[in-house]
Design a protein around this ligand. Structure first.
Ligand code: ADP
Ligand code: MG
Length: 314
């Protein structure tokens, strides 16, 4: 059976997952990162890999940008748990004839992000392969009182996003269509920035949190699935930068579709109890309810969400 026939990446992970046996594992497979109870708090561990031809192309990513993105996407998963990143291990697969300058550029990006967040690179692995790949394993720490899982959302909570969406997908389309200019939008794809700032601000009161790696619709669906509830997303309230709308037009695309289903924006999605909505940063894009479905409301129309976000095997 092909992975596609099984139902894709998410079904595959369900199939291979097994529960942790150690009771100190607060959260294993199924969230943005794993949480392990330690003496004085919560240890976080996460890993994410970028593969040439799938996640990046050397035709439009500089080596430095590959390093930046590999790090930022992992910081984003730590931010999604309400934690602070600490130590990284970096595994790289390189072509046999790779120039040393490529690796220098890669690590310039890696260390720039490490310095920005106070992360130490403490190990890794170097090998060769048919394509370039980089896998970062990132550790972090969270407060014992409020690690932010996906499973805590409750009917009546408001759904917020930390910033504008759709830019990464618009940037990718610009590259693929070979359109000049729009460098600011293209950088949304090549140099994403994790929202550790927002995570620190909201970690104390959000009921669930996740980062936007697969698109807003997919992240809301994940939170609802884990929390046993449904939600309404108000599409008209999804924040999209005017430049991203312009870029989408230039590639004959739809900026809202990029925001909902594109992914890789690495903003945060979080659910906030009604008493905290007045102080929550970002944009309110919907509400959790006690149905089991995700409804997307746009203008007067309503659409029930069927598909998910990006699936590597779809
Ligand atoms: P994210 O998009 O936040 O990085 P993923 O969709 O990659 O999350 O992964 C979802 C969950 O499945 C995470 O808990 C991750 O650790 C786990 N996971 C993904 N791939 C594997 C694998 N090959 N083996 C075990 N767990 C996996
Ligand atoms: Mg994530």
């Amino acid at each position: 059976m092909k992975i596609r026939e099984l139902g894709g990446e998410f079904k595959l992970i369900e199939r291979i997952a097994r529960p942790a046996k150690d009771p100190r594992v607060i959260c294993g497979i199924g969230d943005d990162a794993a949480l392990i109870r330690v003496d004085r708090g919560v240890q976080i561990v996460t890993t994410d890999m970028l593969v040439e031809g799938d996640h990046f192309s050397r035709a439009y990513f500089t080596p430095r940008q590959i390093g930046i993105k590999a790090m930022e996407i992992n910081v984003s998963d730590i931010a999604a748990m309400g934690g602070t990143p600490t130590y990284a291990l970096i595994a790289i697969a390189l072509l046999r004839n790779t120039d040393v300058e490529f690796v220098d550029g890669l690590y310039e990006g890696i260390y720039a992000v490490a310095d920005r967040y106070g992360i130490d690179v403490i190990g890794g692995d170097t090998t060769h392969g048919a394509v370039v790949a980089i896998s970062v394993t990132l550790m972090g720490e969270a407060h014992q009182e409020h690690p932010c899982l996906r499973s805590g959302a409750r009917p009546g909570d408001h759904i917020f996003v930390s910033g504008e969406l759709g830019g990464s997908q618009a940037g990718l389309r610009l590259f693929l269509c070979g359109i000049d200019g729009f460098d600011d939008v293209k950088r949304k794809h090549t140099e994403p920035s994790a929202r550790l700032d927002i995570s620190r601000e909201v970690a104390g009161y959000v009921t669930a949190m996740e980062d936007v790696s697969d698109g807003l619709a997919s992240e809301v669906r994940n939170i609802c699935r884990a929390s046993g509830c449904g939600a309404v997303i108000n599409a008209d309230q999804v924040p999209i930068a005017p430049r991203v709308r312009e870029a989408a037009k230039a590639v004959s695309g739809d900026a809202l579709e990029y925001a909902l289903f594109g992914g890789e924006d690495f903003e945060l999605v979080y659910t906030v109890p009604p008493e905290f909505t007045g102080r929550a940063p970002g944009s309110c894009v919907g509400e959790v309810n006690d149905t089991k479905v995700i409804t997307i409301r746009q203008g007067g129309e309503e659409l029930t969400l069927e598909g998910s976000g990006y699936d590597h095997f779809a």
